[in-house]
Design a protein around this ligand. Sequence first.
Ligand code: SAH
Ligand code: DHB
Ligand code: MG
Length: 229
Amino acid sequence: MDQERWTEVDRYIAERVLPADSALEAALAASDAAGLPAIQVSPSMGKLLQLLAQSIGARRILEIGTLGGYSTIWLARAVAPSGRVVTLELNSAFAEVARSNLGRAGLGERVEVLVGPALETLPLLAAEASEPFDLIFIDADKESTAEYFRWALNLSRRGSLIVVDNVVREGTLIDDDRRDAHIQGIRDFYALAAAEPRVSMTAIQTVGIKGYDGFAVALVSAEAQTSSC
Ligand code: SAH
Ligand code: DHB
Ligand code: MG
């Protein structure tokens, strides 16, 4: 089993169930031309995000980690035109590329890209005291994943879904000699989720065009508190 085979199988799946999509392709081309790293979710994962959001009838979605807005397009398509996606991005140049990609995809009206370190913009969102988010996708710097999860709980309600990308990282999370901050951040996230009575969670290992990684899905099963984190 190797990368070439995983990539071919992802292609096989995409050819059958993910029709060519000019807005998504244009977003990837523009992101590439602007020099953004190609670390967006795979097409299959993007579609899964859309399906999850549609299946819970999500109207309000929060994303942490926008990059060029590729995953944002999938998420924004899942909400009605009256729905809202708020997406947080540290890098203002990336955020500009994302805004342009979302505009080209006809989704600019329903998406707000907030620039800054997410640990600074999340408290502002919490202070707004607007409605909770129905789905939250965590996909920014991995060292802060546990803190983002805590904020996600704070900004959600019973029935909200929290999806977390990159929670396996080639299995390095079980290597005791790996103390890197980005791996430790994922371990902290599992420890937090395990101790958190308000969530029911699983994590799935994946292989595909992005190699060997995984994602977690958590259902918020009790009302989250409204105090700040
Ligand atoms: N969700 C995107 C990929 C995001 S890649 C997609 O699938 O299309 C991770 C992003 O998180 C990068 O754009 C990076 O700039 C951003 N990021 C890194 N640290 C951050 C921080 N502290 N706050 C907000 N965004 C951050
Ligand atoms: C990488 C992959 C991701 O999905 C991400 O969100 C950040 C980084 C990577 O492969 O480096
Ligand atoms: Mg990711």
